[in-house]
Design a protein around this ligand. Sequence first.
Ligand SMILES: [Zn+2]
Length: 118
Amino acid sequence: MKRITKENNEMECYTCEKGNLVKKKVEFKLYGESFGHFDAEVCDKCGEQFFDEKTSDEMDEIAKKKGLWGLESETNIAKAGGSLVIRVNKNIAQFLRLKKGEKVRLHPEDRNKLIVEV
Ligand SMILES: [Zn+2]
């Protein structure tokens, strides 16, 4: 999902450059929370959705109100004994309702992604 600012009337998909963009109302979700339905241009080939600047701003406001703003973050891996420690910042911990001492399950999705199930 990309959000871009549309400056011209080009109706070709910005991502695959093959499909045509069709105006539709689509549901926007972030971290599993629905924000409602918004006007978008949807590619009829790859399905990529594009929202205009006004809509993107509106979504940012909703994200802030819902406490979903700034949940993505970078963290450095620390070492404790023989294990590696990944810190979870306060925003993510609150969103996931994580508490100290709680058990979570870890498994790699592939070589570049670690899943933490709470
Ligand atoms: Zn496309």
